[in-house]
Design a protein around this ligand. Structure first.
Ligand code: NAP
Length: 249
């Protein structure tokens, strides 16, 4: 049986709350050291079991600021030696009717959800090469393949995540670096908390074949499995975790 990987340092962006915090906790529970990149620099804003506290290295980072990203990786590497992986999770959701969408909002979404993914991949690259290879998991969305009213910027940003993933996977495979896009469907978090107060919950009960939206834990387990199973032939793919919503008629 192939060995399960449970050691090394994995960086998670946007680890303060939501899916990012849950991924960080899941990775720590499985044995990894986790570099938590958050805008405040104070780590997870959710309860951390005392026995796991030593597995987190907390660093301040705004993913839209290239200098901040570069400095964050240096800081983490100086504390843990080498970095084995990264989860590019930080993201925002802003919507508006397309004919009223300002360029400012459009750029804000693209900059946080897409450009920052490229920046973090580029800046972590030398660290992964130094480690002899590694794994990059970008958090996309199943909105990358569907048309959603009021969501042109968000959908375009997540389609870009898929493209960035494929290009880097092809370009960096020879260095032992694999790049994957984990693309969730609806997961209840702060990102969509207000929408869930409206008719969304009922709509999803009908639209998702299993009748229910997902949890941050679902995404965290998939991401952790990618690192733990460490399957060499899995590269460049967008892996949807949406309860089948994206393929349902
Ligand atoms: P969330 O609860 O709103 O959390 C977003 C996280 O991103 C927070 O930690 C936030 O940090 C961080 N962040 C935002 N802008 C940042 C920046 N400039 N620099 C550093 N960190 C930044 O959202 P979520 O639902 O967990 O979403 C996480 C990822 O999953 C996003 O990429 C999102 O697009 C994707 N996703 C979510 C869903 C869903 O249904 N929830 C579905 C598909 C994909 P602060 O605490 O500092 O604000």
């Amino acid at each position: 049986m192939a060995a399960i990987r449970t050691t090394g340092t994995i960086v998670v962006t946007g680890a303060s709350r939501g899916i990012g915090a849950t991924i960080a906790l899941e990775l720590a529970q499985r044995g990894f050291t986790v570099g938590c990149l958050t805008r405040k620099g104070t780590g997870l804003e959710v309860a951390v079991p005392a026995e796991l506290a030593a597995r987190f290295i907390n660093t301040r980072c705004d993913v839209t600021d290239e200098v901040s990203v570069k400095r964050a990786f240096s800081e983490i590497a100086s504390k843990c030696g080498v970095i084995y992986g990264i989860v590019n999770n930080a993201g925002i959701h802003l919507d508006a009717p397309s004919d009223k969408l300002t360029l400012d909002v459009y750029h804000q979404v693209m900059s946080t959800n897409a450009t920052a993914v490229f920046t973090a991949c580029r800046e972590v690259y030398p660290h992964l090469v130094k480690a002899g290879g590694g794994v990059i998991v970008n958090i996309g969305s199943f909105f990358d393949k569907i048309g959603v009213k009021r969501n042109v910027a968000y959908c375009a940003s997540k389609a870009a995540v898929g493209a960035i993933t494929r290009c880097l996977a092809v370009e960096w495979a020879s260095k032992g670096i694999r790049v994957l896009d984990v693309a969730p469907g609806y997961i209840e978090t702060d990102l969509n908390r207000d929408a869930f107060k409206g008719p969304l919950r009922e709509f999803l009960a009908k639209r998702i074949p299993g009748g229910k939206h997902g949890t941050p834990q679902d995404v965290a387990r998939l991401v952790a499995a990618i690192f733990c199973e460490d399957i060499p032939f899995l590269n460049g793919e967008t892996i949807y975790i949406d309860g089948g919503q994206g393929i349902a008629h």
